[in-house]
Design a protein around this ligand. Structure first.
Ligand SMILES: Nc1nc2c(ncn2[C@@H]2O[C@H](COP(=O)(O)OP(=O)(O)O)[C@@H](O)[C@H]2O)c(=O)[nH]1
Ligand SMILES: [Mg+2]
Ligand SMILES: [Zn+2]
Length: 303
């Protein structure tokens, strides 16, 4: 006798999943078949095999949104699903890699997600250089906020971003304090982590992506820290690569297929040279374009 149920993936560690069904029951599950990719935040249909006492995810319901990264073959791989906002976390320590921040912001544009920059560890001092960079992001139109998981300073502003129904994913380099911010915002998070670990099969599960409930149907997703992140090339708009400043400037370029590198009459390059587009953001754009063109060249079949 086989029974099916629909639930939400609240933790994903490779193919180890924790699915919460509508009634609140949490079940360990695995995707059924190699071809099925299931990530944290997915809504899934599961089959309960009472004879084998296993739960199989047999279907991923259509994703409203998803954050995609490039995998090693240059393809697109979902990271988290059904989110509404990306919280890109950085800190004075470890030293911020703003190219990673820029690539997350490009991926947010590609996925149609709102994005906020969250500077954690304000207790260590933010410094003039990072403060100036934040002003650049604000001028581009991004919300920025400064907080400390250690002192709790600024955490109320972060909570204010998590409006009813919002599903926000914390992303960013390892060690910036994503999990610490979850513990600040979700007091019961500790319990959930303990339960997941107990449910595990002895493997280290702290690298799992996990979803935590907030009041008013909002949720917070903690994702494993990364050393690197590249948005999936196929997901990015060919003309702008998800850079919001380029989106605004590109209509002024002479050619509609301008890549904003050396093309004559390029409004984007002109803005970078004139200072209206921040030089470091333009350099990020150029690096991402080089990466993208490198990876699509690598994907082309050899003859
Ligand atoms: N000084 C300071 N340290 C913090 C703060 N938030 C987190 N940390 C420390 O930074 C380290 C990494 O935190 P963690 O939450 O695991 O980072 P994650 O890898 O982004 O999840 C830990 O040693 C935390 O105690 C903060 O606001 N101030
Ligand atoms: Mg963490
Ligand atoms: Zn151009």
């Amino acid at each position: 006798m086989k029974q099916t149920l629909v639930g939400r993936v609240i933790a994903a560690f490779g193919r180890h999943l924790l699915v919460r069904e509508a009634g609140g029951r949490e079940l360990r599950a695995r995707p059924f078949g190699r071809a099925l990719t299931v990530v944290c935040g997915d809504e899934v249909r599961c089959r309960l095999d009472s004879r084998h006492d296993e739960v199989h995810v047999v279907e991923v319901l259509p994703r409203r949104t998803a954050l995609y990264r490039a995998n090693l073959r240059g393809g697109a791989e979902p990271v988290v699903a059904n989110l509404t906002r990306l919280l890109v976390v950085l800190a004075p320590l470890p030293a911020p890699d703003l190219f990673i921040v820029d690539r997350y912001l490009a991926a947010a544009t590609a996925a149609g997600l709102a994005a906020t920059l969250v500077v954690n560890k304000s207790d260590l001092g933010i410094g003039d250089a990072l403060t100036a960079e934040l002003a650049v992001y604000r001028a581009a139109g991004y919300g920025t906020l400064i907080c400390s998981a250690d002192t709790g300073g600024g955490v109320a502003q972060l909570r204010a971003v998590l409006t009813p129904g919002a599903v926000a994913a914390l992303v960013g380099q390892s060690g910036v304090g994503k999990s610490s911010l979850v513990r600040c915002l979700v007091p019961q998070a500790q319990v959930a982590i303990g339960e997941l670990l107990r449910a595990g099969d002895g493997r280290h599960t702290t690298t799992a992506a996990r979803l935590f409930d907030l009041p008013h149907a909002a949720a917070l997703i903690d994702s494993p820290g990364v050393r690197d992140f590249a948005p999936a090339a196929a997901a990015l708009d060919e003309r702008t690569l998800g850079f919001v400043e380029v989106e605004r400037l590109a209509p002024g370029c002479r050619f509609s297929d301008c890549r904003h590198l050396r093309e004559p009459g390029c409004a984007v390059r002109a803005a970078a040279e004139g200072g209206a587009l921040h030089a470091r953001r333009y350099e990020s754009y150029r690096r991402l374009r080089r990466l993208r063109e490198g990876s699509s060249a690598a994907r082309r079949p050899q003859r």
